[in-house]
Design a protein around this ligand. Structure first.
Ligand SMILES: [Zn+2]
Length: 243
């Protein structure tokens, strides 16, 4: 799936789980080395994506994601895996940034004016910590970015239809963020991460017409990896690169 803001200066897309080399339960286009999949299959999958999309795999920068709101500004691609981080930012060309997920949201940001990019992993914890705000603040502090120039595409993630949470977490969420993001149905509680992310992006000054949230639910749509649905499984990704 292409990011809606792609132009001649930026490559930006989300993968799904189809067309790769990995065997069950990682079938088939798993991009993560941290889920127990065969290393060579993951490398082949990444090569496939790199060849198709036109970037150099050795330049790919990705994260050992830990559900934090920590952002790293990437200055080169010497260190391919960045530890303990959930957001990457760069102003450098030809360095693809990758965020991986199975249910969590991957968020791609693009400042069209100053040519800046970000890839974020924002699951429930990252969203509660407002990693989107951390990333946009970092873009502003490091590169003088302005909200009105930033485009945001939130990739496929688990929908409110499937994201059941316990009572304690529902109360915590209501306490912290108000009533808007919890749906109560038949005595069960469901969390609406997509709408929470939307509110966070709008709060940071992203213009509604510069914002897209995928309505695909990864738990409903079998074209995507879903941790909730499948447990042990692969990861798909969002990748963004300045050309
Ligand atoms: Zn669903």
């Amino acid at each position: 799936m292409r990011a809606f803001f792609e132009d001649e200066n930026v490559l930006a897309f989300f993968t799904d789980r189809n067309g790769g080399f990995s065997k069950s339960p990682f079938d088939s286009l798993n991009v993560s080395h941290n889920v127990g999949d065969n290393v060579s299959d993951v490398v082949k999958n990444r090569e496939l994506i790199a060849d198709k999309e036109g970037f150099l795999l050795e330049n790919l920068v990705y994260m050992r994601q830990v559900h934090s709101s920590r952002i790293e500004v990437v200055k080169n691609s010497f260190l391919s895996e960045i530890k303990d981080t959930d957001g990457l930012i760069t102003d450098r060309r030809k360095i693809p940034l990758m965020a991986m997920s199975a249910d969590c949201a991957t968020v791609l940001l693009y400042d069209k004016k100053r040519k800046l990019i970000a890839a974020l992993h924002s699951g429930r914890e990252g969203t509660f910590k407002n990693i989107v705000k951390s990333a946009i603040t970092s873009l502003k502090d490091n590169f003088d970015s302005k909200s009105e120039d930033i485009y945001a595409h939130v990739g496929p993630s688990i929908g409110v239809c499937c994201y059941e949470i316990g009572k304690d977490l529902a109360y915590l969420s209501q306490e912290k963020f108000g009533n808007s993001y919890i749906v109560e149905k038949n005595g069960k509680y469901y969390l609406d991460i997509k709408n929470m992310l939307k509110a966070q992006l709008l709060n940071e000054g992203i213009m509604p017409e510069h914002l897209k949230i995928s309505d695909i639910c990864t738990s409903c749509d079998k074209n995507y990896f879903s941790y909730r649905r499948d447990g042990r499984t692969g990861r798909f990704c969002g990748i963004i690169m300045l050309k």
